[in-house]
Design a protein around this ligand. Structure first.
Ligand SMILES: Nc1ncnc2c1ncn2[C@@H]1O[C@H](COP(=O)(O)OP(=O)(O)OP(=O)(O)O)[C@@H](O)[C@H]1O
Ligand SMILES: [Mg+2]
Length: 150
């Protein structure tokens, strides 16, 4: 059983005023979450999903440069915890995601972060932080997130 202390029992909304704010939030999340968690990120193109992943990677002490796995579908990085970075943009539904062999990432060894998580319509991962990033202005984003664990 994972620590319940880390789990937020309600939806959190924050306003990011810059790419650096979003990066810092990712860094903060890397300290809050434990192995086994999936972070599902949604939001338009350019919302800041990958920016958040870069902060997450920094927080996990990953030295490699994070690039968007839009074409490769999944990238794996070694840090304090293993970080799997996925992008479901090009996939339509849970069947296509499973057919591509990506379903095991929903039960990760370390942390898995998935851009365009909304494409997955299968069962929720056992430990999920689900976040939506919305454009407010050129440099401002609203970030809403909620934790689920079963
Ligand atoms: N507050 C902010 N938070 C995050 N990014 C911001 C913010 N303000 C401006 N930006 C800019 O928005 C862009 C976000 O790009 P990013 O690649 O992270 O988006 P994305 O959500 O991953 O898009 P995609 O769906 O194409 O993968 C960057 O150019 C970043 O500098
Ligand atoms: Mg991206």
């Amino acid at each position: 059983m994972k620590t319940e202390l880390n789990r937020l029992p309600f939806m959190v909304t924050i306003i990011s005023k810059s790419p650096e704010d979003t990066f810092s939030l990712g860094e903060q999340w890397s300290k809050e979450l434990e192995a086994g968690w999936v972070i599902g990120l949604d939001g338009d193109l350019g919302a800041g999903k990958t920016q958040l992943v870069k902060g997450l990677a920094k927080g996990l002490n990953i030295k490699e440069t994070i690039t968007s796995p839009t074409f490769t579908l999944a990238s794996e990085y070694e840090g304090n915890l293993k970080l799997d970075h996925l992008d479901f943009y090009r996939l339509e539904n849970d069947k296509q995601i499973s057919d591509c062999g990506l379903e095991p990432y929903l039960n990760p060894e370390g942390i898995a972060v998935i851009e365009w998580y909304c494409r997955w319509d299968g069962p929720k991962p056992a430990y999920l932080r689900q976040a939506t990033i919305t454009h407010i202005s050129e440099n401002e984003r609203q970030i809403c997130y909620e934790d689920f664990s079963s």
